[in-house]
Design a protein around this ligand. Structure first.
Ligand code: NDP
Length: 506
């Protein structure tokens, strides 16, 4: 059982369940708003000291976290398997390695990324400007259950490097892994109050925004994201919103079908399909549709599913019962509307929260399975006449996080990618760019606002402040008082020269 904070005497608790066995594995306090606000104040006090530490030193200290993580990787992996139902390979590759690499990357590059940046002035050449990037204060991070380590801990590492304190509200479904992460930060000898974890349900997340944080990084559903944006607006604090996805995969007539089928199978079923970037719908051009489907069905039906805590499996459990119920319902609705189950289609091994890797064909654009986020191990496939139809249908969505294009012709792939409305488009691959901390992560349309990862995500965790200074000492500026007709005439003449039609163009 994890303890969220020594100062908490919980009135009620939350029980964490192993989804592969449905057995309880720990309890955490369901914190009140007062508990959350107290955690923010502790983080704020620690942050004031932390912000005085030069960034190179901060990076050196945060780097120790990556070392501790690698020393204790098995502990983290075991907990990810037990609390989130992941396979061991997914816990290692999609969570632990992602964070180890992100930490090393930002510890190496953040000092340069946050160095003051000169701005060359367009008009006023006798003056100069530069931007400097200051810590915001306390960053509130609200996280989902599908990547309970790699999502919030990446944001935590970046926030700390930028000089902030952090208060993390993990999902009620996966609180233990957040507490384990805090344990590792403390083992890495980072100031204990700098990174707080507040356990609780939705109201604890709302209390976090209400409690005086300086910025919010939220990852979760579109519905909650809208509430978070409204609450941040009310308090005039900024937020980054990483919301849902409905990633299309466009398979062109010249695609390498063996590669496309393997990529789509993995992209649809990895993490039991509970990935915001999962392949959620496939548009296969008529001439390759049948061959692609045969390959995907063959891969899907050979996957081993079960409790990764005891067996070697390819597909683990779903993280909680509500998600499993949602997936079952959306598949049943699709079948009732004419979709064909080519493999899977029902709950998996008994005893845990499993849904079989499922491939659906004969899907139509108006089915929920093609329009709403499934967030489960289901690949719906639709036959399209050509790539134009595929692009049109791919863009016919309120979401735009990731999208995928399969073609052997890279230029054609790029042309299609540039027409697809998504934060990231990958050609001949799926999912992976979350593991590239140097690239921006985020969506267009209702998939979110702002970016995590990359220099853009790091700078969003800072206040961008502007300093403007003189380059040439002058007694006064010409537009200062007193206003004189001669000044007006001189300024107008100058403006015409600078901005009017140039004499060589006349
Ligand atoms: P939710 O929106 O249900 O919850 C996200 C977090 O918000 C949880 O910690 C939740 O707490 C908390 N919360 C709930 N109500 C409030 C509130 N009123 N104010 C503040 N916080 C609140 O999402 P899920 O956890 O179900 O995550 C799945 C969703 O996340 C999917 O839509 C998925 O696409 C998206 N996602 C997006 C990613 C991206 O990078 N764009 C990455 C991963 C997931 P509690 O759980 O305790 O209720």
């Amino acid at each position: 059982m994890g303890a969220a904070s020594s100062d908490i005497t919980p009135k009620s608790t939350i029980t964490s369940i192993n989804p592969a066995t449905k057995q309880p594995i720990g309890e955490v306090p369901d914190m009140s708003a007062a508990d959350v606000h107290a955690a923010i104040e502790r983080a704020r006090a620690a942050q004031r000291e932390w912000a005085k530490v030069p960034i190179e030193q901060r990076c050196k200290r945060v780097l120790r976290f990556a070392e501790v993580l690698m020393e204790r990787a098995e502990e983290v992996i075991d907990l990810l398997v037990a609390e989130a139902g992941k396979t061991r390979l997914e816990a290692l590759g999609m969570e632990v390695v992602v964070i180890a690499d992100l930490t090393r990357y930002f510890c190496k590059h953040a000092p340069e990324m946050l160095e003051p940046e000169p701005v060359s002035l367009h008009l006023l050449k006798h003056r100069a400007s530069y931007l400097h990037f200051q810590p915001r204060g306390v960053i509130g991070i609200i996280a989902p259950w599908n990547f309970p380590f790699s999502i919030p801990i990446g944001e935590t590492v970046m926030s700390l490097i930028a000089g902030n304190g952090v208060v993390l509200k993990p999902s009620e479904v996966t609180p233990l892994i957040a507490l384990k992460a805090r344990e590792l930060f403390i083992a890495a000898e980072l100031p204990p109050d700098l990174f707080q974890v507040v356990t609780g349900r939705g109201p604890a997340g709302a209390a976090l925004i209400d409690g005086g944080i300086n910025y919010c990084v939220f990852t979760g559903s579109v519905a909650t994201g809208k509430k978070v944006a409204a609450a941040c607006g009310e308090r005039l604090i900024g937020c980054t919103l990483e919301l849902g996805g409905k990633a299309p995969a466009i398979v062109c007539d010249d695609a390498d079908l063996d590669r496309a089928a393997q990529a789509i199978t993995w992209g649809g079923f990895a993490n039991s399909g509970q990935v915001c970037a999962s392949v959620e719908r496939v548009y296969a051009v008529d001439s390759v549709h049948d061959a692609l489907v045969d390959r995907i069905v063959s891969h899907a039906s050979s996957l081993r599913q079960g409790n990764a805590g005891v067996d070697e499996v390819d597909v683990g459990a779903m993280a909680w019962d509500q998600q499993l119920n949602h997936v079952e319902k959306i598949v049943q609705q699709a079948v009732a509307s004419g979709a064909k189950v080519r493999t899977g289609g029902a709950r998996g091994p008994s005893g845990g929260l499993f849904f079989q890797p499922t491939v659906l064909t004969d899907c139509k654009q108006d089915m929920d399975v093609m329009r709403k986020e499934i967030f489960g191990p289901v690949i719906p496939i639709m036959r399209v006449s050509d790539e134009e139809e595929a692009i049109r249908l791919a863009n016919d969505s309120h979401l735009g996080l990731l999208a995928y294009v399969f073609t052997k012709d890279r230029d054609r792939g790029k042309r299609i990618a540039e027409r697809v409305e998504a934060g990231t488009v990958m050609i001949n691959d799926v999912l992976n760019t979350f593991a590239c901390p140097e690239t921006p992560w985020g969506g267009v349309k209702q998939s979110g606002l702002g970016r995590t990862h990359s220099i853009h995500g790091l700078r969003d965790l800072c206040e961008t402040r502007h300093v403007n200074h003189d380059r040439i000492a002058m007694a006064r500026e010409v537009w200062w008082y007193p206003y004189k007709p001669s000044t007006f005439r001189a300024l107008l003449r100058g403006a015409r020269l600078l901005f009017g039609k140039r004499f060589w163009q006349r």
